[in-house]
Design a protein around this ligand. Structure first.
Ligand code: GLN
Length: 484
């Protein structure tokens, strides 16, 4: 097996057995990045010097007998994570030259295990989008078909795993941004429960929804990454102080007797026939493995997209107020303070970000606050209660990740509503604050990957990883490789 095809657990075994060094692995991936970047465009910044220095340090560590699961493993992270001394743009012009003075906790945890950073990955501007087309640094393309979008907003995080440019990556998920690109690029992506992973040092989009999570080649790697980044962080008051289970240890327990819910609102007429076929086949596979299916209802699903686009934009309008040209980020030549604010923000933000700031500001403004923002918060509670009720009867839920496989670049960019609606199956999970994972479950007639979503109870990551692992062992979808 060539180095670039290896999973974390495979490369770890080779590093530990001294068949491969981290410098060799890092060099192989850096060469792969150079070779395929012109077609894929997963990265905003590649950091070869730092990567090789970190690989050398990892090799010393391994030589001294300290080889943890992530020691010497070359990874890449979304450009939303602050990295001390390394440019962090969040996909925006307004942060084009921003070099953070400190790093995100989630990245620091990986780095402390000895992981190697290859670079920073492309994304929709400020994580607002489902296609990567709102990045100020060009659109990442889908490695399975470069005329298609990779999904968003963590499009670079998914595409780089599928194109074998990084062994695994980190993304963030506010309304589906880990799971939808994972589904479109044929990798595994997990959005942990709100509070499971620290958000410290992650550029804020919608703070009550944002969560950090891994994108990987298989479920075992996903467990390894989650275990490394999860846990309480005194620097993030919303991170929860509850012990981190040994996710890897429970993977092999199987799904015999597991109760899987099928929310009827997620299996609708508009579902793409290829997606429906993949879901039917997945249900059959789980039946064979001994799981039981129960039809359940999440009655407020219809309101989820509207609720999300009020809450997320309201929080974004407040979070993005800090980009005013005063202390950091782009500052325009201007005549006085007000002019500086206006010009800096007009020049620095792209049109999708401006649209969201305007929607959010409107929803929060006096006279409309009760009609929009407060109402959205009430509906959010109803959606949360739907999940609590449904989870009284089932262990996990199975749904599609997206209504269609990856669409063409340019297809929805001028129709924001169509773009927003494509998040229908991922958004409710963020509103409910619970966890969910996307994993490869088939291909469309055109050869594009289709993902399956497993939704877990709050802090039920173990169950979805276990169910995902059982499915992966019984199928071969995760083994197929993009031809790029
Ligand atoms: N597509 C959704 C949005 O544009 C979700 C993005 C995300 O999860 N960051 O808001």
């Amino acid at each position: 097996m060539t180095i670039i095809d290896m999973t974390i657990h495979e490369l770890h075994a080779a590093l530990k057995g001294k068949q491969i060094s981290s410098v060799e692995a890092t060099t192989a991936l850096l060469e792969r990045i150079t070779a395929v970047e012109p077609q894929v465009g997963s990265f905003i910044t590649v950091t070869p010097e730092q990567a090789l220095a970190a690989a050398k340090a990892a090799d010393h560590r391994i030589a001294s007998g300290d080889c943890q699961l992530l020691t010497g493993i070359p990874l890449a992270i979304k450009d939303i994570f602050l990295t001390e001394g390394i440019r962090t743009t969040c996909g925006s012009r307004i942060l084009e030259n921003f070099i953070p003075p400190y790093s995100a906790t989630s990245w620091e945890k990986l780095r402390d295990c000895g992981a190697v950073l290859l670079g920073k990955l492309n994304q929709d501007e400020f994580a607002m989008g489902s296609s990567n087309e709102s990045s100020a640094y060009g659109t990442t393309r889908n490695p399975w078909d470069t005329t298609c979008i990779p999904g968003g907003s963590s499009g670079g995080s998914a595409a780089s795993v599928a194109a074998r440019q990084a062994v695994a990556t980190l993304g963030t998920d506010t309304g589906g941004s880990i799971r939808q690109p994972a589904s479109h690029c044929g990798c595994v992506g997990l959005k942990p429960t709100y509070g499971r992973v620290s958000r410290y040092g992650v550029i804020a989009y919608a703070s009550s929804l944002d969560q950090v999570g891994p994108l990987t080649r298989d479920v075992a790697d996903c467990a390894i990454m989650l275990e490394a980044i999860a846990g309480h962080d005194p620097k993030d008051s919303t991170s929860v102080d509850t012990p981190v289970p040994n996710y890897s240890a429970s993977l092999t327990q199987g799904v015999k007797g597991m109760k899987i819910g099928l929310p009827k609102e997620y299996f609708i007429d508009g579902l793409d026939p290829d997606v429906q076929k993949a879901m039917d086949a997945a249900i059959d596979t789980y039946r064979r493995l001994g799981a039981e299916f129960v039809e359940i209802s999440l009655p407020n699903t219809d309101y989820a997209v509207a609720t999300y686009y009020l809450i997320a934009t309201a929080e974004a309008s407040s979070n993005l107020a800090r980009y005013d040209g005063v202390r950091f980020g782009h500052r325009a030549e201007a005549d006085g303070l007000l002019d500086m604010y206006t010009k800096s923000r007009s020049e620095g933000f792209g049109s999708e970000v401006k649209r969201r700031i305007m929607i959010g500001t409107y929803a929060l403004s006096s006279g409309y606050y009760d009609a929009y923002y407060v109402k959205a918060q009430k509906v959010r509670t109803l959606i949360m209660n739907d999940f609590v009720k449904a989870f009284a009867d089932v262990d996990v839920m199975l749904t599609p990740v997206a209504p269609t496989p990856a669409f063409k670049i340019g297809e929805k960019i001028n129709d924001p509503l169509q773009m927003y609606l494509s998040d229908i199956f991922t958004i409710p999970v963020n509103l409910a604050g619970t966890c969910a994972m996307s994993l490869p479950a088939g291909f469309s007639a055109a050869g594009l990957p289709i993902g399956l979503q497993l939704i877990g109870k709050p802090f039920g990551e173990e169950s979805i990883l276990r169910a995902g692992y059982a499915f992966e062992q019984a199928t071969e979808w995760h083994i197929r490789k993009a031809t790029i």
